[in-house]
Design a protein around this ligand. Sequence first.
Ligand code: ADP
Ligand code: MG
Length: 275
Amino acid sequence: MIELEGLTKRYGEKVAVRDLTFTVRPGIVTGFLGPNGAGKSTTMRMILGLDHPTAGDVRIDGTHYDRLQDPLTYIGALLEAKGVHPGRSAYNHLLCLAQSNGIPERRVHEVLDAVGLTAVARKKAKGFSLGMGQRLGIAAALLGDPRILMFDEPVNGLDPEGIHWIRTLMKSLAAQGRTVFVSSHLMSEMALTAEHLVVIGQGRLLADTSMADFIARNSRSYVRVRSPQRELLLDVLHREGSPPCRAGTGRWRWTAGRRSGSGSWRPGGRWCCTS
Ligand code: ADP
Ligand code: MG
């Protein structure tokens, strides 16, 4: 579990992250959505102890990152900035990380295989494409077989095959019971991957809710109906929701209901009838 409590970060006058309190739970993919500059990367850096909070607290399984022994075995992360020495091979990069974290060499082979880099494992990272670099970053995140994984904008700049691979990987990691926290500035991407959603804007928490509920609350459902029994239909809809109003010749519109997260129909949406 990742727990944030009142997490705040100022850079001079600029408040990058403001009083964030939420929990990232295991067994599901939690999306972290916000426009560029919202504070997603700053939050993730604070989770990893790479940036110190101005106020508030963040804990990983109840402990601060810098107090974790062999942290890669608790939490693995792919951040936007890549920390790979360009002259080092993929294999040697991972081996250094493994040796400094008490992880057996066998695991290096396993993660190279898992991300599909075995064939280029001895090649220098400077010759890697963006997609290969992302795969190497993910291999590093998986190295310690951690229960918590965090990915900062992992699909940025990837080709469709790479995007599909990352989506599938994140879902399968969550299905194994791991905590998966992934950021994006694209709602469409989050809708395809995340089951739970944390939304921030200008450093503030805007929503912390299930994906289904977020979509139900923020979208309208329209149903267009044609019927030879217009009067009967008008009657039924009248009883179901608010009174229909005329919207042009032979057309009616109802504010009647929309689908809630649990699948039930609830007031607030709009029905449209053309006859
Ligand atoms: P996101 O990842 O959501 O795009 P960031 O966390 O990178 O957002 O940035 C949040 C805000 O904090 C931005 O306005 C950014 O310019 C500012 N910021 C981030 N890092 C620094 C820094 N090291 N120094 C000054 N301002 C920063
Ligand atoms: Mg960012």
